[in-house]
Design a protein around this ligand. Structure first.
Ligand code: PHE
Length: 462
């Protein structure tokens, strides 16, 4: 049997910061601005905030509950709680989603490492908007350099899991998030002094309701899942380490507030700068990489601010990749030692071997993503898109909502039917709160996800 997780985080605040550190990452700073920019700014923001309230909170609670009650990772949690293997597909889906996300997430983390090195050597000084755009083009035009920079964070993440230094990471998260927030507030302050910054603020905060289309709703839902790490088992791991008396409701709200704050701050930095420097808000995945160096360029202590920010961004990305890789490693490690696995005796994969196997798979997928994205292997496409874009879209808009739907049905319908209530007796949850939670989880969340799915398949014709 999988080992019961009894070690708790050293403090309740430590767990909140670790979970928030896992959730806050490139999703908030890289993806949120570019998706918001492509989907109408203010219109996207309002739908995103609605999604966070409607899906984010109940699903975060649900995943924490699953972990806290079962004391298992995403691999063993569903069978431990249900007593059968009918829900094991959710564990498989979690592991596959982690692999798919990692394949492009490490590429973007590689860009961050590359930009960190370039900030160190002051490469961006004096570059204008056109030069910065060209520069990013040159970075992604070199597949070898991109692959090398992407493999660096893979090795770093694997080392953390290999040497089991998660405690150190917990300590790192404690200073990382406050420092990141402080740095972003300073950057926002300096951006707002720019001439023309009000155009960007209007773009980001003014809602043009006519721009809220079904595709904006799908993107906002996907971004909400991605940013909060919902629907792929990463949060189950944190739940498994929660001390018994941890207030799950308060923890979830704190994680959501921190995550959303970082995303909104990223928007407040990027959009005014986009308009002030003459970029387009719909630049796509390169958006923050072309805009941020321009922001530092007009700050005092430009070199220092650039280096510090890219260092913080790299650490934020690594805390997220650790929680991603942990899902896949725990799955492979525990699956290979299952009593019902025929190979259990012959090939027991211990944790170290699982780390190696997952890292090897991820390296191959990263290379495929880069070669497809840079057009070196034009034949390597999925649904007509290059692998990078396809995986980005597939994970947020299909796999994570599907995982979340499964977990909502599991905790909302199946477990109560089996007489198990993983949320009962949790402190921080009054009776009225439980009723509202169950109502939302049983009806609102599944119906909303199914409707958004059907519509994006073109079956509703809206
Ligand atoms: N939430 C992370 C981010 O915003 C990405 C992530 C997704 C991490 C799923 C873990 C699991 O960058």
């Amino acid at each position: 049997m999988a080992e019961h997780k009894t070690t708790s985080f050293s403090s309740k605040a430590g767990l909140v910061l670790a979970a928030a550190g896992g959730a806050v990452g490139l999703g908030n700073i890289w993806k949120f601005p570019y998706i918001a920019g492509e989907n109408g700014g203010g219109a996207f923001l309002i739908v995103y905030l609605l999604c966070v309230a409607l899906f984010g909170l109940p699903l975060l609670l649900t995943e924490f509950f699953i972990g806290k009650r079962s004391r298992r990772s995403a691999f063993g949690a569903f069978s431990a709680l249900s007593g059968n293997r009918r829900w094991q597909w959710l564990s498989w889906l979690s592991m596959l989603t982690a692999l798919v996300i990692m394949s492009f997430y490490f590429v973007v983390t590689g860009w961050c490492f590359c930009y960190f090195c370039e900030a160190l050597t002051n490469v961006f000084s004096g570059m204008d908007a056109a030069a910065l755009t060209n520069h990013f083009g040159a970075v992604v035009a070199s597949p070898l350099r991109q692959i090398l920079f992407s493999l660096l964070p893979v090795v770093l993440t694997a080392s953390v899991l290999w040497f089991d230094v998660n405690k150190g990471i917990e300590r790192l998260s404690k200073i990382l998030l406050p420092l990141l927030l402080l740095m972003m507030v300073l950057m926002a302050g300096s951006v707002l002094m720019l001439d023309g910054s009000n155009v960007g603020m209007r773009f980001f905060f003014q809602t043009d309701f006519s721009k809220i289309t079904p595709s904006v709703i799908l993107e906002a839902m996907g971004q909400c899942f991605f940013s909060l790490s919902i629907g792929m088992g990463a949060l189950i791991t944190y739940g498994a380490y929660m001390p018994k008396n941890q207030n799950v409701a308060a923890t979830s709200i704190q994680v959501i507030v921190l995550d959303t704050l970082v995303a909104i701050l990223a928007g407040i930095i990027i959009f005014p700068a986009v308009f002030a420097f003459g970029f387009s808000p719909a630049e796509g995945p390169q958006l923050v990489f072309v805009v941020l160096p321009a922001v530092f360029g007009q700050m005092s202590f430009a070199w220092f601010c650039g280096v510090l920010f890219f260092a913080l961004l790299c650490i934020a990305a690594i805390t997220s990749t650790i929680s991603l890789m942990e899902v896949a490693v725990a799955f492979i490690c525990e699956a290979s030692s299952r009593p019902w696995s025929k190979n259990a005796k012959a090939h027991p994969l211990n944790r170290h071997r699982s780390v190696l196997l997952v890292s090897a798979i991820v390296c191959v997928m990263v290379v495929m993503c880069v070669m497809s994205y840079t057009g070196q292997w034009p034949w390597l496409k999925l649904f007509g898109y290059d692998l990078f874009s396809a995986f980005d879209q597939l994970s947020s808009c299909v796999m994570m909502p599907l995982g979340a739907l499964g977990m909502a049905l599991f905790v909302g319908w199946y477990l109560p039917y089996k007489g198990e209530k993983p949320y009962s007796g949790e402190n921080g949850f009054r009776r009225a709160g439980t009723k509202v939670y169950m109502l939302v989880l049983r009806w609102l969340v599944p119906i909303a996800i199914v409707l958004i799915f059907l519509n994006s398949l073109g079956l509703l014709g809206v």
